[in-house]
Design a protein around this ligand. Structure first.
Ligand code: ARG
Length: 572
């Protein structure tokens, strides 16, 4: 089903084409009218003509029939377009009878690999992993609704030199005791004990180094011990994912070690392509355009001088696997902004090697830091990594306090507190532009007012309470919609813009665009509800129409929140 914006664009395009084939009308939503056309002035400039005259030609060339109620030339050559109520009503009806509320399927179905979460074995997940998890999950859900095939990849850090020391520590502690600690998620404790021993004890260092060699050499007993560390960590990560209600499962874990068998081929094939240069014994590729502070070419180190492979080689092997085996046409890496250069270089080298052919999109979906109230990196008071399970539990406690006195039985209170806490945490994260840092602030994210998860959940629950009062679950879509009051029309106009919000979210991989849309929707609904009585509407037809608007608003909030990975409780 085409969106209203697509339908309008179809009317505008011929008028623009007539003056310059392919000219972009630059159609945008607008607060003044329904839409604004910004493409006239650049077109006039290209044609060397007076913008107002060009605007008049365009207006004369638009087939308005049925869709457009008014076109007005504003300022130096903007067009303000108002749609007919009929067009809005038609779109609302179509939306109401569509499971995904009129979000059109993508024109080409793609295989999208989303690399997200990616915590490290035997280390607590930090808030950066939380961000990656929450943003990645929202992108996966949205890509799926658009009809793409989504492959989740949890690129867990499960390989590298620290495993020598971690395995030796496991042996010293005794398997049983180590597992007992790890299984309750005390990853930080285990890691820092190993680290302390490593720093203080030379013989432990020697053992650890020898252990890395056995691990890389595939020694069976060493691998068995390594697997214990991986399994216990993945079990802990999975508990966090379950608490968060994200889609990641243990099957999505394809850790760095999975690419080990492919690393030799990475270096061999790069070498065969003439791309590898030796730099102090390390095998390097120097992609053009990357320099260090001194202006010297910057290498991507494929194999270190000690023969070991690092992070870059693994990522190159992963690119090949994702493109050649999984058939990805789009790969998203939801990883913190500090790794921007790493990904630029990996993509550049992959393109040089022909592993990322033309038309295959690889995007670093970068994000900023989570800050504490002091605007420094979010840490425990002692300066350590905050244990995510504790953080989530604290959120649930705080949400339960905030919900106290709202007449929930204890069981429902527990459920709703979880939904509200996760909604609050996720919305706070997703609603700030992902590139920016944000301050982790319980009071702000849990507030029932302002652009917060709980506010939107409450807006949804409030609509559901109207239906409860009537003792109906849903109102049938009856074609009875009418837009008599300006607040009804404003709400309707915003409802039909859901596909545009999704489109702009996916253009920049910024869930914040959808967050803004949903917040505005809740505001429009409030405006409507304050000026149009629903239950005490003047007549039956008006009441039926208004109930349908309520229903559509609730469905849109529910679907939108779902795409953010946020649940919409029935009551709050
Ligand atoms: N484990 C890494 C970290 O904690 C993130 C991995 C991101 N994904 C990737 N393909 N490199 O920083």
């Amino acid at each position: 089903m085409p969106t209203l914006t697509q339908r309008l664009l179809e009317r505008l395009t011929p008028a623009f084409d007539a003056l310059e084939p392919g000219a972009d009308p630059v159609l945008r939503g607008s607060d003044r009218a329904d839409y604004q056309v910004n493409g006239v002035m650049p077109l006039a400039k290209r044609l060397g003509r007076n913008p107002r005259e060009v605007a008049e030609d365009i207006v004369a060339g638009i087939d308005v029939g049925g869709l457009v109620a008014a076109v007005e030339i504003a300022g130096p050559g903007f067009l303000n377009i108002t749609l007919t109520d009929e067009a809005l009503l038609e779109q609302l009806d179509a939306m109401a009878s569509d499971e995904v509320l009129g979000i059109p399927a993508a024109t080409t179905e793609e295989v999208c690999v989303v690399d997200y979460s990616a915590p490290n074995v035997a280390k607590e997940m930090h808030v950066g992993h939380l961000r990656s998890t929450v943003i990645g999950d929202s992108l996966c859900r949205t890509l799926e609704v658009l009809g793409h095939i989504v492959v989740r990849r949890n690129h867990v850090g499960d390989w590298g030199t620290p495993f020598g020391m971690l395995i030796e520590h496991l042996i010293d502690q005794g398997e049983e005791e180590a597992v007992a600690g790890l299984s309750v998620g005390d990853l930080n404790g285990f890691y820092s004990e190993a680290r302390t021993k490593f720093d203080a004890d030379e013989s432990f260092q020697d053992r650890s180094r020898a252990r890395v060699v056995s691990l890389q050499g595939g020694d069976a007993e060493t691998l068995r011990l390594w697997r214990i560390l991986v399994a216990e960590s993945v079990r802990y990560f999975d508990a966090v994912y379950t608490d968060l209600g994200v889609l990641l499962t243990p099957q999505d874990v394809v850790g760095e070690s999975s690419y080990n068998p492919m690393l030799e081929a990475v270096v061999d094939d790069l070498d065969a392509a003439g791309l590898v240069e030796d730099s102090g014994g390390a095998a390097c590729v120097f992609p053009p355009g990357f320099t260090n502070r001194e202006g010297d070419p910057l290498p991507l180190i494929i194999r270190k001088s000690d023969e070991g492979f690092g992070y870059a080689a693994t990522d190159l092997a992963a690119v090949r696997n994702r493109v050649d085996i999984l058939g990805a046409t789009r790969i998203l890496y939801v990883v913190g902004a500090p790794q921007a250069q790493h990904f630029e270089m990996v993509f550049a080298v992959a393109r040089m090697a022909g592993w990322l052919p033309e038309g295959i999109e690889a995007v670093h979906v970068a994000f900023g830091n989570v800050l504490g109230p002091d605007r420094k990196m979010f840490k425990t008071r002692a300066g350590g990594t905050v244990k995510l399970q504790d953080l989530l539990a604290e959120g649930i406690d705080r949400a339960a306090d905030a919900l106290a006195g709202r007449n929930h039985d204890p069981e429902t209170l527990d459920l709703v507190a979880r939904q509200v806490a996760m909604g609050a945490i996720k919305f706070a994260d997703l609603s700030t532009d992902r590139a920016r840092d944000y301050v982790f602030d319980w009071d702000r994210m849990l507030a029932f007012e302002g652009a917060t998860g709980p506010y939107l959940q409450y807006a949804h629950a409030r609509i559901r309470s109207i239906f409860r009062k009537l003792d109906v679950d849903h109102v049938p879509t009856s074609g009875a919609l009418r837009l008599d009051h300006p607040a009804e029309r404003a709400l309707a106009r915003h409802l039909v813009a859901l596909p545009d919000a999704i489109e702009s979210m996916m253009e920049s991989y910024s869930p914040s665009k959808l967050c803004t849309y949903l917040y505005d929707l809740a505001q429009h609904f409030t405006g409507f509800y304050e000026s149009c009585s629903v239950l005490n509407a003047p007549d039956e037809a008006t009441r039926a129409s208004r109930l349908e608007l309520c229903e559509l608003t609730a469905s849109t909030l529910r679907l939108g929140l779902d795409l953010l990975g946020i649940e919409a409780p029935e009551r709050m």
